[in-house]
Design a protein around this ligand. Structure first.
Ligand code: ZN
Length: 306
């Protein structure tokens, strides 16, 4: 018998509306979870710390590492003095918050931190719709558009991440009047296809009928992102997540638009395209499972510990 405390690991899916926390076994099995509303950094972080301290104390366990998959923009370069620090975010009070530093000093455990998109991708590779493929991409189409790509060499573009949200896209012929919402480029992909841009010209996307022609316009833009990914990084799977993708029937429209854009190039059949472009499988849990996966993968050799 050893008197050493058992090691557990933690994960936080740090979102703009909710921080989801999990305590897990080193193998990844979730032991306990909690959801903390995202209010002020002080209150939100304190509530998360309380959860971990209480759960660890009650099990006489030690935290081996904490994985955080965070909303952004956030610095994810372990070599940077600003690792784990949020950049300029519209979320009031959160710009400049040092997430990794706050959790490190609060819990005394190494921290591994990545973007929410890479976190969700890690979860989908581990347990979801990208399990077993060599190269997978995750594109989230929500308030903004972000992406992560993971291949045999790990995450692409480390310590940054791909910025496919800002590629130029060809305009849909029925969408020539709208200026676009990107504050840098106006009518880049994000400026024309994000939830923000949909709201700006059509109102709440959740109120639009599934046969509204708006969705053909939207599918045309998302298909261009898929084509750009396929032509550059050749993923075996592209997962389309985020609030906008919850629209019924949008994925088949994206596949059809993608097939028209590719026009036979690479010889992808309809079945190939169906296999290529999919919805994430873990839904709401992908970020949390991904955060725990990040922790597990880095338990032996944490890249950052204060
Ligand atoms: Zn842009």
């Amino acid at each position: 018998m050893t008197s050493e405390k058992p090691i557990l690991i933690g994960g936080i899916d740090a979102g703009g509306t909710m921080f989801k926390c999990a305590l897990a076994e080193p193998g990844g099995r979730l032991i306990e979870t909690v959801r903390v509303p995202t209010t002020t950094p002080a209150d939100t972080i304190a509530a998360c710390l309380d959860f971990f301290r209480w759960e660890l104390d009650s099990r006489s366990a030690k935290l081996g590492i904490l994985g955080i998959a965070s909303f952004g923009p956030i610095n994810v370069d372990p070599a940077s003095p600003d690792y784990g620090t949020l950049g300029e975010t519209p979320k009031p009070g959160w710009s400049g918050t040092r997430l990794s530093g706050r959790f490190f000093s609060g819990l005394g455990a190494p921290i591994v931190l990545d973007t929410d998109v890479n976190g969700a991708l890690a979860g989908e590779i581990e347990l979801g719709a990208a399990k077993g493929v060599r190269t997978a991409a995750y594109v989230t189409i929500g308030t903004g558009i972000g992406a992560g790509v993971h291949g045999p060499g790990g995450y692409l573009a480390r310590p940054a991440h791909p910025e496919i949200g800002h590629i130029r896209v060809q305009r849909h012929p029925d969408d020539t009047a709208f200026a676009g919402t990107c504050r840098f480029h106006r009518d880049c992909l994000e400026g024309l296809a994000s939830g923000t841009s949909l709201i700006a010209r059509y109102g709440d996307p959740a109120e639009l009928a599934s046969d509204d022609p708006v969705w053909d316009v939207e599918a045309f833009y998302i298909a261009q992102a898929c084509a750009a990914l396929v032509l550059t990084t050749r993923p075996d799977r592209i997962l389309l997540g985020g609030g906008v993708m919850q629209a019924a029937g949008l994925v088949p429209k994206v596949r059809a638009a993608f097939a028209r854009l590719m026009n036979g190039y690479l010889g992808l059949s309809d079945a190939d395209i169906e296999n290529l472009i999919q919805r994430p499988a873990l839904g709401d849990n992908a970020g949390l499972i991904g955060a725990v996966t990040l922790a597990r993968q880095n338990l032996k050799e944490p890249a950052w510990s204060g």
